[in-house]
Design a protein around this ligand. Sequence first.
Ligand SMILES: [Zn+2]
Length: 117
Amino acid sequence: MHELAIAESILSVLKEHAKGKVNSVKLKIGEMSGVVPSALEFLFQIASEGTLAEGAALYIEHVPITARCDDCSKVFEIKDCCFECACCGGSNFKLITGRELFIEEIDVDERGFSNES
Ligand SMILES: [Zn+2]
């Protein structure tokens, strides 16, 4: 399952980087990634049991799909899989956002945190 693999990869990043209890994790997820947020939250909860991320809150920021038209150079948002320029109807464009899938921020309980910077 897509979301389970993502939940596990988030966890492995947390295990690697967090040196205390994880309070919350902020994620950026583009609409094109096809991730179902509720499924991801659920699986993350299960996968994090017994780890330093147990009980951590997941904050998911959605990134809409946007593209820049090659013909009229307008930037537009792609909705409902309508892959044409909202301005001129052209289909030559480059995706700008929407494929994101990464951890933006990890909030760790800093007690016992060794300052690395
Ligand atoms: Zn256009």
